[in-house]
Write a protein that binds this ligand. Structure first.
Ligand SMILES: Cc1cc2nc3c(=O)[nH]c(=O)nc-3n(C[C@H](O)[C@H](O)[C@H](O)COP(=O)(O)OP(=O)(O)OC[C@H]3O[C@@H](n4cnc5c(N)ncnc54)[C@H](O)[C@@H]3O)c2cc1C
Length: 621
């Protein structure tokens, strides 16, 4: 590796323009950033990178989502890295702390903990064409403020001044930048169309910024939302030992809820035996991963496609899910818990505990709209969100007491990379390019033309909806490494995907999305923007993504070779040409000399006879 390119170093060390150069700079220490760090060490044998993380711990999603009940809904045996399997998961869907500890343990195993710089916000990336490098503006934060939502940081700055959040700004340089900024990071702010939040005298918190210091005992709690997070929190708050006085859940439309993968008895067996089997039975852990992969991949065909198979399976699965609901949820909620859109159109909930918890005497589920927040109460109605048609479901105005409002209203999605500003070649702002082309997009979810040496993990249109995001990320990491390697080896100074390849990829993705339930399911979901652009989901199978990432189409990329790269390419070409010439000359010679040809054939046949006798000798020994 050429030292100046592949080593972290200080430039202009004594001057006012002194800055640090990083061969690879990674943004974010969630699973994406961690995977890239580990694989840079494992595959390319380099530790010359740095991971900048705004928050104060490792794990991204699993560091920051601390609400009671937080857990992965994809089995952890598959929602984990293939290169760092964990044999002793405590259960099928482990809780957040176990997942965050796993991420931290992987960093320890790969010795990259010291490569992560916490409390550091990456603000801007600017491509410097003359140097073929990224100039990166980073902001050192007051420790802990990176764990807040952006709007909370903005509020602190407005209230107390910049120093309350920002310590200093620093400029660094990087040859390659990898984004691992995640997609579900910024919690949605309070809705602006509902008056009165500012007058509320109780506490308000978002599930993604859970405040342990808020005491919920003997309190009247309002839960806004009915997505995956709410479905995990409510069962915890509904437990008698939580002693919450009342929980009123406000839901706009019902989610589809998939029955538990394993019923209670089988889950117990799974928890008891899989750690032993995975640890001591050779190949069992791999077998489990493969089985889960195939099962989840089948879900793709069953739930998302508009094929004859999908049209056959979806209604059957919907029926099964509805039976599950009728079995577990109180009868009075059956009407509002029956979705009026296709399964798969929105993120489904994979868990039965929510339905069960609706039976608790202190839990109420309503589809009446939140119309006002008062000092110690909230007003619901008039009207109801669901069902939209004539119904017996209550719709008169009422006021209910409220001590705490929990916002489970999701994240600012479809704002990829935001608020990170990325300025590429010809001063192009990535956000503007996306706006011009219809919406956020990227070649294989990873690269954009005009933004060389920039790789996105869990980028646009890579969310799966049916399987592990970690599997998709690993594929994107492995793909990116194929391009990063020659850059760090000093053979290529920049790689850039071709514009026509990017546009064609996006056209294919968007066309294919029209044929899936994401588009046809007739629902509003966080996958799609108000103007109908889906920059979230991947319309093909994950086998397809694996193939695309394992076998790059090199002709879709432009490589700018370094002098060494050009020399090496020249040498390779010369060697290839010489071999070809030698072969042709050899064939020509043999063609003209039948005796030599016969001699060669005899020689080859005697080689075959020698091989056969050697093998026979070995067998008979
Ligand atoms: C509650 C919840 C449950 C989920 N459960 C599942 C599941 O079961 N299965 C599944 O497949 N997926 C699940 N997901 C999706 C989940 O987001 C992904 O699985 C995965 O965690 C994404 O990892 P990531 O590293 O790409 O992003 P994240 O985990 O979001 O990490 C991104 C990190 O980048 C940091 N960052 C962002 N911008 C900057 C910046 N400019 N400067 C510095 N740092 C920055 C953030 O602080 C964050 O730590 C879940 C998501 C949530 C919110």
């Amino acid at each position: 590796m050429s030292s100046s390119i592949s080593r972290i170093h200080k430039r202009l060390a004594y001057g006012k323009d002194a800055h640090t150069y990083y061969p690879v700079l990674i943004v974010g220490a969630g699973e994406s950033g961690v995977a890239m760090g580990c694989r840079l060490k494992e595959v390319l044998g380099t530790d010359q990178f740095r991971i900048f993380e705004r928050q104060s711990g490792i794990g991204g999603t699993w560091w920051i989502n601390r609400y009671p009940g937080a857990a992965c809904d994809i089995p952890a045996a598959f929602y984990s890295f293939s290169f760092a399997p964990k044999m002793n998961w405590s259960t099928l869907h482990p809780a957040g702390p176990e997942l965050a500890q796993y991420m931290a343990d992987v960093c320890e195993k790969y010795q990259i903990v010291d490569k992560i710089q916490f409390n550091t916000d990456v603000k801007e990336l600017r491509w410097i064409e003359a140097d073929e490098e990224w100039e990166v503006t980073i902001s050192h934060l007051v420790p802990g403020t990176g764990d807040l939502a952006q709007h909370e940081r903005d509020r602190l700055v407005a209230q107390d001044g910049e120093h309350r959040v920002y310590v200093k700004t620093e400029i660094v340089r990087a040859k390659v930048v990898v984004s691992g900024v995640g997609g579900l990071v910024e919690p949605k702010n309070l809705p602006t169309d509902i008056p009165g939040f500012e007058n509320f005298e109780g506490e308000i918190m978002h599930t993604a910024r859970w405040n342990d210091e808020i005491d919920l005992e003997s309190k009247d709690v309002i839960m806004v939302g009915a997505g995956c997070s709410a479905a995990q929190v409510i069962p915890e708050l509904a437990k008698p030992e939580a002693n919450v006085r009342s929980i009123t859940q406000l839901m706009r439309t019902p989610p589809w809820v998939q029955p538990d993968l394993l019923p209670a008895g089988q889950l117990e067996l799974y928890e008891k035996w899989t750690p032993t089997l995975m640890t001591y039975v050779p190949g069992f852990a791999k077998f489990m991963r493969c089985t889960l992969f195939v099962m989840l991949e089948k879900n793709f065909y069953d739930m998302f496609t508009d094929t004859a198979w999908g049209r056959f399976m979806r209604p059957r699965m919907e029926k099964k899910f509805l039976n599950h609901m009728r079995e577990l949820a109180p009868k009075e909620y059956h009407e509002i818990l029956t979705p009026n859109y296709s399964l798969g159109c929105k993120r489904r909930i994979i868990d039965g505990t929510w339905y069960r918890s609706l039976n608790a005497p202190n839990v109420e589920l309503t589809t009446q709209p939140l119309t006002r927040v008062n000092a110690k109460s909230v007003t619901l109605g008039p009207g109801r969100h669901y069902p939209p048609n004539k119904s017996e479901v209550a719709d008169e105005v009422r006021e209910i007491p409220a001590d705490v409002i929990i916002m489970a209203n999701g994240f600012e999605t479809n704002q990829w990379l935001h608020p990170l500003k990325v300025i590429g070649k010809e001063n192009k702002n990535l956000e503007d390019v996306w706006a011009e082309r219809g919406g956020a997009q990227a070649y294989q979810g990873i690269a954009m033309d005009h933004f060389p040496n920039f790789f996105m993990l869990f980028g646009p249109n890579t969310a799966t909806g049916h399987t592990s995001v970690i599997f998709a990320t690993e594929n994107a990491v492995n793909y990116s490494l194929k391009f990063i390697k020659p850059i760090l080896n000093g053979l290529v100074s920049s790689y850039e995907v071709k514009e026509e390849a990017e546009r064609e990829w996006t056209r294919q993705v968007q066309d294919e999305l029209q044929k899936t339930v994401f588009r046809r399911g007739v629902c509003s979901s966080w996958y799609i923007t108000a103007d109908g652009w889906n920059s979230t989901t991947y319309p093909f199978t994950q086998i397809h993504y694996w193939l695309r990432c394992t076998f790059p189409v090199w002709s879709h990329w432009s490589a700018k070779l370094t002098r060494r790269g050009r020399v090496l390419k020249g040498v390779r070409r010369a060697v290839k040409a010489s071999v070809l010439v030698a072969l042709l000359a050899g064939f020509g010679f043999l063609h003209k000399n039948p005796e030599q040809r016969l001699q060669l054939v005899q020689y080859l046949l005697s080689g075959k006879a020698w091989l056969r006798s050697t093998v026979q000798g070995l067998i008979s020994r």
